[in-house]
Write a protein that binds this ligand. Structure first.
Ligand code: AHR
Length: 499
C-alpha cells in the first residue's frame, strides 16, 4: 500500500445552494417485507400500541429521515386506496399483481400517517396512474387534506381522523415509462393524464406540490425523451420530476463501481438540462426541480416472485463496504447538485433493497446504513463548491477519475461546517490537506470514518458490527489548514465550527 497527496479547498462563501432537508428521505412500498414485518408487525415483541416496530423506528430515527414516500412503487399502479382505510376487519384481502403477493390491507393511508408522525418525517403520497383515474387521485387528496363537510373528508373523519392530514408532496404515478408497470403509458399519454390529475389535485388543495414520473433509469430506450415530452405537457402543474436509479457492481469491476458518482452526476446534469430546455421552450416563469425518489444499490433484480403469499422475502440484499462507499458518493452528489435536486428517497427503508433488516425480533444494520446516517445528521445550511486536486484512478467505465469524491456544507446560522470525503482508491492512502480559504477561525469538531480492509467486508447476523461509523482523532487545525490521512476504501466526515 502506498500513499499520495491531495488538496481540498473550501470557502464558506463559495456556495452552491441551500441543502434541501428533503434530500434525506426514504421509501416505503407494499413490497416483500417492507411494510409487514418491517415497519409494521403487531405480533412482534417490539410492537407499540399501533403495531409499529419500536426497534425499527429507533433505527430509522437514528438516520433522521425527513420525508417518506408511500405506498409504491410498482404496487401503486394497481392500488385502490379505499381498500386501505376504514375498519381493519372490513378491508379486502387482494391478489397484488406487481409483486404477485397477497395484500391484506391492514396497513393503509392512515396507518402510514401515524408512522410518519412517529418518525417525525413528512409524508409523500402517490396516486395511482395505472389502473387509477384522475377522479380517484382527486378524491384521495380530498380524503387526506380537505376540511370536513364533504364526502371524502367526512369519510376520513368517520375513520377517526377529523383533522386533515395536510399532505404536501404527491407523486403522480410511478415509473409510467416502464412496460412492467400496470397501465404503462407512452410519454404523451402519461403527460396528458398527469396534467389532468395534477390539475384536479391542486384544485382540491392549491398548497400541494406534485412530482411527475421521469424515466425509470438512464438506460431506458425512451430516456431522456420521455422526460422532455411529459414535462412539456404537464409543466405548469408539476413541481418536481422524479428520477430512479439502482446501482450495483454487476460486472465485478470495483474500480469502475467505486467511481459511480460520475454516472450519478451525469444523470442529474442531463435532466437539469432537460428542465432548462422545457422551461425556455414554454416561456415559463415556473420552476420544476428534481426528486430522486428511488435510489439504492440493488443486485437481485426485479423479483416478481411473491408466490401469492403475504410478506414474501423479496429483494433482501446484503451490502458490503464498496456498496457503502457508493452510497456515500451518492449523498455527495446530492449536496453537489443542491441547486436542482430537492428531494431524494432511498428505496427502501427496511428489508426490501435495504441496509436495515429484521429477522424475527432481531435487527441488522448493514454497512451503508452508516454513511446515510452521518450525512443526514450533519449536512446543514448551504452546499459548498469544493475544489479538489487529487491523484487519478483509471476506470473502464468513466476514464480517469479523482481518487477523492468530496462534498461540503456550511450552516451560516450555527457556524457548523462539514466535509464529506470518500477515498475511492482500493490501495492508496491519501494524505489530504484541507484548506479553508475564507480565513475564518476553524475549530475541529468530531471526525467520523467508515472503512474496512476489503471491498467485500460486510455486517452479518453473526458479526453485525464489522463496518460501522467510528469516531477517529480529529485533525489539528492551524490557520484554517488541517492534514488528514485518508485510508483506501474510506468515507470520512470532518465536522468543524467556524467563527
Ligand atoms: O423499489 C422497488 C421497485 O423498483 C419499485 O416498485 C419500482 O418503482 C422500481 O422499479
Amino acid at each position: 500500500m502506498s500513499s499520495q497527496k491531495a488538496e481540498v479547498l473550501l470557502d464558506k462563501n463559495r456556495t452552491i445552494a441551500p441543502i434541501s432537508p428533503l434530500l434525506f428521505g426514504g421509501f416505503v412500498e407494499h413490497m416483500g417485507r417492507c411494510v409487514y414485518e418491517g415497519i409494521y408487525e403487531p405480533k412482534s415483541a417490539h410492537a407499540d400500541a399501533d403495531g409499529l416496530r419500536r426497534d425499527v423506528l429507533a433505527a430509522l430515527r437514528e438516520q433522521q429521515y425527513t420525508v417518506i414516500r408511500y405506498p409504491g412503487g410498482n404496487f401503486l399502479s394497481g392500488y385502490n386506496w379505499l381498500d386501505g382505510v376504514g375498519p381493519k376487519d372490513k378491508r379486502p384481502v387482494r391478489r397484488e399483481l406487481a409483486w404477485q403477493s397477497i395484500e391484506t390491507n391492514q396497513f393503509g393511508t392512515n396507518e402510514f400517517m401515524g408512522f410518519c408522525k412517529a418518525l417525525g418525517a413528512a409524508p409523500m403520497l402517490g396516486v395511482n396512474m395505472g389502473t387509477g383515474t384522475i377522479q380517484g387521485a382527486s378524491d384521495l387528496v380530498e380524503y387526506c387534506n380537505a376540511p370536513t363537510g364533504t364526502y371524502y373528508a367526512d369519510l376520513r373523519a368517520s375513520h377517526g381522523f377529523r383533522e386533515p392530514h395536510n399532505i404536501r408532496y404527491w407523486c403522480v404515478g410511478n415509473e409510467m415509462d416502464g412496460p412492467w408497470q400496470i397501465g404503462h403509458l407512452d410519454a404523451a399519454e402519461y403527460g396528458a393524464k398527469a396534467l389532468e390529475a395534477a390539475k384536479m389535485m391542486k384544485w382540491q388543495d392549491p398548497s400541494i406540490e406534485t412530482i411527475l414520473c421521469g424515466s425509470s433509469n438512464d438506460r431506458m430506450p425512451t430516456y431522456p425523451e420521455w422526460d422532455r415530452v411529459a414535462l412539456e405537457v404537464a409543466w405548469e402543474h408539476v413541481d418536481y420530476l422524479s428520477m430512479h436509479y439502482y446501482a450495483g457492481n454487476r460486472e465485478n469491476d470495483s474500480t469502475s463501481y467505486l467511481a459511480s458518482a460520475v454516472g450519478f452526476e451525469h444523470f442529474v446534469d442531463t435532466l437539469d438540462g432537460t428542465l432548462r430546455y422545457v422551461k425556455a421552450k414554454r416561456r415559463s416563469k415556473h420552476d420544476v426541480y428534481l426528486s430522486w425518489d428511488e435510489w439504492q444499490v440493488w443486485y437481485k433484480g426485479d423479483p416478481m416472485q411473491g408466490g401469492w403469499t403475504e410478506a414474501p422475502h423479496l429483494a433482501e440484499e446484503m451490502y458490503n463496504l464498496e456498496d457503502a462507499l457508493v452510497v456515500a458518493q451518492w449523498l455527495n452528489v446530492f449536496l453537489r447538485k443542491s441547486q436542482v435536486l430537492k428531494i431524494a428517497c432511498v428505496a427502501q427503508i427496511v428489508n426490501v433493497i435495504s441496509w436495515l433488516n429484521t429477522r424475527g425480533d432481531g435487527l441488522l444494520k448493514q454497512t451503508s446504513f452508516y454513511p446515510f446516517k452521518l450525512v443526514s445528521q450533519y449536512a446543514r445550511g448551504d452546499a459548498l463548491d469544493v475544489l479538489v486536486s487529487a491523484p487519478l484512478v483509471e476506470t473502464k467505465l468513466y476514464g480517469a477519475v479523482p481518487m477523492l469524491d468530496v462534498s461540503a456544507s456550511h450552516d451560516a446560522a450555527t457556524g457548523a461546517g462539514e466535509v464529506f470525503i470518500v477515498n475511492r482508491s482500493e490501495h492508496e492512502t491519501i494524505v489530504t490537506d484541507l484548506v479553508w480559504q475564507d480565513r475564518g477561525t476553524v475549530r475541529a469538531g468530531d471526525t467520523w470514518q467508515v472503512t474496512g480492509a476489503s471491498v467485500h467486508d460486510a455486517n452479518t447476523w453473526d458479526k453485525p458490527e464489522q463496518i460501522v461509523a467510528r469516531k477517529i482523532e480529529s485533525p489539528s487545525m492551524l490557520d484554517g489548514r488541517a492534514t488528514l490521512k485518508l485510508p483506501p476504501l474510506s468515507f470520512t466526515v470532518v465536522t468543524t465550527t467556524t467563527a
